[in-house]
Design a protein around this ligand. Structure first.
Ligand SMILES: NC(=O)c1ccc[n+]([C@@H]2O[C@H](COP(=O)([O-])OP(=O)(O)OC[C@H]3O[C@@H](n4cnc5c(N)ncnc54)[C@H](O)[C@@H]3O)[C@@H](O)[C@H]2O)c1
Length: 345
């Protein structure tokens, strides 16, 4: 098996999770080869901590290094597109942190470049690896719920002012692209839409800044109308002390499921003989009160899948087109907030 050399661009909070995940992928011949940050001391310290042999202070140098096979994009969200496009043009495979970019236009720009260059690109939405989410998605596809009437994602995080003050890009429209929805809630919005596998036809949303000194929202709610008729309710904030397990519910004509980061609270079907098997709870996801406490489980799977995709010349499990829907919905919630009117897709 050919060794795959990974380089992490952006040596901040989430880079640690990538480095730890790559340690677990040594048996797949995945190696953390390079670390890059525009702040040299951060790149140097990260490389020393994780024994990374090559250090760069400019992402162009990463792209110019022919030994780098895969670039992990761990920079602020509004810079993802620039780095992803540079990596694709340089013939590298890409792992891009969520959100892939912060507007539909920028996302489309990345998708065009990735498709033209045939770059392999994996987008990170690690919650899709939760056994409960996989089982719910399959049960919906198998018709086990019947018609879905009401679904929801309850995304109540806690981030204090110190979190927003810890890096200049946090809580800004320019680099974070939004707040409680675009940064934290994007995980849960992606997950509920992925499980439902249905199209959003319209939505009404409201987002406000109520408790933090930031320009983006810290509190938001929206109602989505789905093509197959059901409603999907999203509520998200970073103001819910002390931070709650993100919770998802599906109520269909034939059954109900409620699950959260803590496990499955309800797995009930009218016809017990036709009920899908209750899945294992899986590893705790974490992060509702502290972003540094995210489990590595999903990242290990997604980085490993990207390595397999490169070697097998196939698409990774979360390619860019798939990863774009949550950002399109979040931007529509912002638009609905601005205009006071529903947004139709
Ligand atoms: N998957 C998850 O659960 C998860 C959790 C946290 C963060 N994230 C995402 O990861 C990304 C980074 O978040 P973070 O909390 O690690 O941020 P951070 O501020 O801690 O780290 C970002 C780093 O990127 C560096 N940087 C900025 N521009 C650069 C450039 N052009 N080239 C090289 N380095 C550059 C900064 O100096 C900083 O060290 C964000 O998009 C965020 O949404 C994902």
């Amino acid at each position: 098996m050919k060794q795959l050399n990974f380089a992490i661009v952006g040596c901040g909070v989430i880079a640690f999770t990538h480095a730890k995940s790559l340690e677990s992928l040594r048996e797949k011949d995945c190696v953390l080869y390079g670390a890059c940050d525009i702040i040299p001391e951060k790149a140097d310290a990260f490389a020393a901590e994780h024994h990374v042999p090559h250090v760069y202070y400019d992402h162009h140098d990463v792209m110019a290094d022919p030994a780098v096979d895969v670039v992990c994009v761990c920079v602020p969200s509004g810079t993802h597109g620039e780095i992803c496009k540079a990596a694709a043009e340089a013939g590298k495979a890409i792992v891009c942190e969520k959100p892939m970019e912060i507007t539909p236009e920028r996302i489309d720009d990345v998708i065009r470049t990735v498709e033209r260059t045939h770059a392999k690109m994996q987008c990170i939405f690690q919650r899709r690896m939760m056994p409960a989410a996989i089982a719910v998605r399959q049960a919906i596809r198998d018709g086990k719920f019947g018609r879905i009437c009401l679904a929801g994602a309850d995304l109540r995080y806690y981030r204090d002012q110190a979190y927003y003050d810890s890096a200049g890009w946090r809580g800004t429209w320019e680099q974070d692209g939004g707040g409680a929805l675009m940064n934290q809630g994007v995980h849960g919005i992606d997950l509920i839409l992925w499980m439902l596998g249905d199209e959003v036809t319209s939505l009404c949303g409201r987002a406000d800044t109520l408790a933090r000194r930031i320009s983006v929202e810290d509190t938001a709610a929206a109602v989505l109308k789905m093509k197959q008729g059901g409603l999907c309710v999203i509520q998200g904030c970073t103001t819910a002390y002390p931070g709650f397990s993100t919770t998802f519910y599906i109520h269909g004509e034939k059954g109900t499921v409620v699950f959260s980061d803590d496990g499955i609270q309800e797995w009930t079907f009218l016809d017990e003989n036709d009920a899908p098997p209750r899945p294992d709870a899986g590893e705790r996801v974490g992060g509702s009160s502290d972003p540094a406490k995210i489990s590595n489980y999903g990242h290990i799977h997604l980085l490993g899948d990207l390595a397999d995709a490169v070697r097998e010349d196939r698409e990774p499990c979360i390619p860019p087109r798939e990863a774009s829907l949550a950002v399109r919905v979040i931007c529509a919630i912002y638009e609905s907030t601005r205009t006071g009117a529903p947004v139709t897709f």
